[in-house]
Design a protein around this ligand. Sequence first.
Ligand SMILES: C[S@@+](CC[C@H](N)C(=O)[O-])C[C@H]1O[C@@H](n2cnc3c(N)ncnc32)[C@H](O)[C@@H]1O
Length: 250
Amino acid sequence: MKILVDRKNRKYVVHDEEFHTEKGVIPKDVIINSQVGDVVETHLGKKYTVIEPNINDYIELMKRKCAILLPQDLGLVVGFTAIGSGSHIVESGTGAGSSLLFFANIVGPTGHVSSYEIREDFTKVIKENIAGTDFENITLYNQDVTEGFNEDDDSIDLVFLDLPKPDEVINDAYRILKTGGFIVIYSPYVEQFQIVNKMLNIVGFENIKIREGNVRELEIKNNKTRPNSRMAGHTGYLTFARKMKKTKKE
Ligand SMILES: C[S@@+](CC[C@H](N)C(=O)[O-])C[C@H]1O[C@@H](n2cnc3c(N)ncnc32)[C@H](O)[C@@H]1O
């Protein structure tokens, strides 16, 4: 896949076909023969640089039918759980596939991510989004996750939940996690993480911590450098907890 970027840093996915813009057309053969780093031009002279998209570019441009998770929250999950090459992750709901693809990129070809999405129409979009990548380390289930995870006991490094009622799956998450593995739950509202916190304690999870991923960008200007006045607002709360004993609390 290729992306064209204009002078204002706007990005466009291009396929092997003619590319139409407000300021003219780039012919199909120019698109097909263009290489990363080339500058291509419409017949009216508008210029675009060809780049190879990274996972964040891809997620930003892919199709979606719901709110997706952003790198500032997903980066915290990676940082505090130390998942990486070869890790095994289970997540739900899949939504558009943002967290799914972000994790698939992190765990690489020796790792694996399974994801559960209840809605059939969303599953269709997610399949298209996965098909636009080269990942072969993903299993997608069009399944209600409250029916239980398909994974074996003590086999998973991270269970990540981003769905309205995560408390209903915390019990089965404990079963599939390795001892030492993490559960991380994204909640937009305080009331939601209060319920989650209660259930994590009941089930026997330990080291419970709640974190926020606020990012403050700075505007660099001559003698006027300061935080950007149009900062992104609240995203959500991330509750982290760890399975520290093989058997649950009695
Ligand atoms: C906010 S979206 C998830 C976004 C996703 N993490 C991303 O970054 O693209 C929440 C998703 O959970 C799904 N969902 C809700 N209840 C579910 C359940 N019981 N089992 C599986 N998926 C469920 C919804 O259909 C929706 O797609």
